[in-house]
Structures are given as C-alpha cells and as structure tokens.
Design a protein around this ligand. Structure first.
Ligand SMILES: [Fe+2]
Length: 248
C-alpha cells in the first residue's frame, strides 16, 4: 500500500516531536503493510511555514535512518497545503510541495468555514495544471447533506480528487460526521484513502478498523484503486478516477 497523507517528519508540525517518534510511526506503518508514503507535513504559515528545501533535507535524513534500521519504507515528497491566498500563490508559481515528481498537491481548509470563492480558486489551480487533492473531505461542513454531496460530486466530475481518512471509515462518527466518509466512498466520490497518521498509535485505528471498513464497502478492488493504483498515479501528477461500486 501507498499512503499519501502522513505527518512522519519530526519537529515541523503537529506530527512526531523527535526522531524516535518519527521512526516509531514508520515501524507501525511498515508492520501494517505500507510500503511507500508521502511525507505531507503542514504548510500553514505563519504557524508551520515549511518550505520545499527544508522538507527535502528532512526526508533524506529520514530515509537514511530507515535504511540504517533496515526498514523498507520509501518516503516521497508532499505537503498538506493550507488553503489561503499566500499558499495558493506559491503553488501556482511552482512553489509549495506537490506529490512525488508530479504536479498533484494535497490541500486542506478549515472544517467549518469553507473558503471564499472556492470554485473560482480551484479553477485557478486547475488552469495551472495542478491536480488538486482535497484532504479528509468527510470533515468539511460545505459537503454535508444532500446539497453538500451534490457540490462535491460536481467538483469530482471536474477533476477534484477527494481524499478520505481511513480512521474516519473505521469510526463512523466524530470527524467523519455521521458516516460521511463511508457514504462518500459508496457514492463513488472518493479518489484516495489515507491514514493521516501523526504518531504510531494512529496506525491501528486506520489500518485495522479503517481498512476493514473499506474492504467491506468495496473489497480488494477498492483497496487496490484507493491505496495503490491512484496514489501511484498521483505521485506522477496524473489525474485519477474515484473508485465506484460495480453497476449490475
Ligand atoms: Fe493531515
């Protein structure tokens, strides 16, 4: 499996505070069957104003430590970009930290306050060739209820990649807003599923309960599409289709 949403780099956001926690998270992910991750530390100025040069240095240090420990986990470039004017500007100017070697980028915004001019700014990102991956879509108030689902569905049809957290699929409540994560997968809206793990203890709820829930919804085909095929393509900046339930 390939997990394109992890906070695995130490000391630069709300992820691991030091190398030991970082390596602990890596060990737990490997034990769960994850072979590759994108290190998607927050880019959220001024709190976490991470830049691509610093991120690259930390990724290399982590990769070296993993090799020393004999842990087989490949670390890819990435970041979780905060949806605000300055970060969007960076992305369209070739800054920020897209996935892998491509142009797909992970973005998030406040769960309760949808961004102003959301669709217009999405169009701007798309017009610059950026494949927009929206983190944990199950959290956002703007996608709640029937009208929210219609809005999300319209955006997915235009190319938005909706990402859901495995932990939300396993829980069904809380951040997942009454099973929104499951409903979104079942409705064929979701193009990517990830752990969004910040520490080792986040891995079991994601890769035990969450993965089982995904298998229950769509079997091995959904797991393959959402945790292997689509992440592989997004690392190369290639657009992806959501997983959809088979039509009989
Ligand atoms: Fe995250």
């Amino acid at each position: 499996m390939i997990d394109l949403h992890t906070h695995i780099l130490p000391g630069i956001d709300d992820g691991p505070t030091d190398w030991e926690e970082s390596l602990g998270l890596a060990r737990a992910l490997v034990a769960a069957g994850v072979k590759e991750v994108a290190a998607t530390s927050h880019i959220k100025p001024p709190t976490w104003d991470n830049r691509s040069v610093g991120l690259a240095e930390l990724r290399q240090q982590l990769q070296d430590r993993l090799t020393e420990e004999g842990l087989s986990l490949q670390i890819h470039p990435g970041a979780e970009h905060w949806w605000c004017g300055s970060v969007l500007d960076r992305l369209v100017q070739g800054g920020g930290q897209p996935y892998g070697t491509g142009t797909a980028a992970l973005l998030e915004f406040h769960p309760l306050e949808g961004p102003r001019l959301f669709e217009q700014r999405l169009d701007r990102l798309w017009s610059h060739g950026i494949v927009v991956v929206l983190a944990h879509v199950e959290r956002y108030k703007i996608f709640e209820g029937r009208s929210g689902f219609r809005r999300l569905s319209g955006l997915v049809d235009k190319g938005l990649v909706a990402q859901v957290n495995l932990g939300s699929l396993g829980r069904g409540f809380g951040w997942s807003r009454g099973g929104a994560a499951k409903k979104m997968v079942q409705a064929g809206l979701v193009g990517l599923v990830c752990g969004d793990c910040h520490r080792a203890q986040d891995v079991a709820p994601a890769y035990d309960r969450g993965l089982k829930a995904l298998e229950k919804i769509g079997g091995s085909a959904a797991v393959e599409r959402l945790l292997s095929r689509n992440p592989r393509r997004l690392l190369e900046g290639i657009e992806v289709d959501p997983w959809s339930p088979p039509q009989y």
